[in-house]
Design a protein around this ligand. Sequence first.
Ligand SMILES: Nc1ncnc2c1ncn2[C@@H]1O[C@H](COP(=O)(O)OP(=O)(O)OP(=O)(O)O)[C@@H](O)[C@H]1O
Length: 228
Amino acid sequence: MSLLLEGTGLHFTYPHRPPVLAGADLTLGPGDRLAITGPNGAGKSTLLQILVGLLRPQAGRVVAFGIERHAEADFHEVRRRVGYVFQDPDDQLFCPTVAEDVAFGPLNLGQSRAQALETVARVLDVVGLAGFEGRVTHKLSGGEKRLVSLACVMAMDPDVLLLDEPTNALDEETTARMEAVLLSLPQAMIVVSHDPHFRRKVVTRTLRLQGGRLAAPDPTCRHARGTG
Ligand SMILES: Nc1ncnc2c1ncn2[C@@H]1O[C@H](COP(=O)(O)OP(=O)(O)OP(=O)(O)O)[C@@H](O)[C@H]1O
């Protein structure tokens, strides 16, 4: 089975700060839904950004879709095929209406206006927001914004999804909706999540990032049972 994403021996330090990653390894194969958990500030978002080339590790290898990626140009294809749902929907949504936000990617990929609108309707339906096209994005609830962020990424028809705390600040009902949507998707995904119930329902395996490295959580430790 060929891997979709692979990070090996990743080291990363922000300028004038202690190291964040110190030899982190992970792999994602087809059908995997991998959770990454770990304490606040452990480097989970940093790791996602490295996998799509928004940050460059000081050491280690990133292999995406079977090709080792180094330079900015290497990551263009990666970012086209890996949909990244940011931790804060306000970083993802920047258009006046939902339709414009969701159509932005497909139009950029060369879809006609009519094709893009079809894509918008299709992905809004997938995330349970059919008919939201004309809604003003900044007036949506936090939960709706998260689902629209996911729709924006789905509109690009990605091979892999990276989701940074997709259920953060969602109520029970919207969390259940997010879980159902993610479970319905065929894509492999890496999900940063502190939420043990979400992890139990949605993911196929979990790695814990601590001390700059990733490891399977110790089943006897309280973190492994889900306190984050
Ligand atoms: N641009 C930056 N410059 C300097 N330090 C940064 C920068 N971005 C993040 N950091 C620091 O790097 C560390 C790792 O941050 P990161 O956001 O990757 O952690 P995280 O595990 O995703 O945290 P959380 O669970 O709180 O979202 C933190 O100490 C953070 O303050």
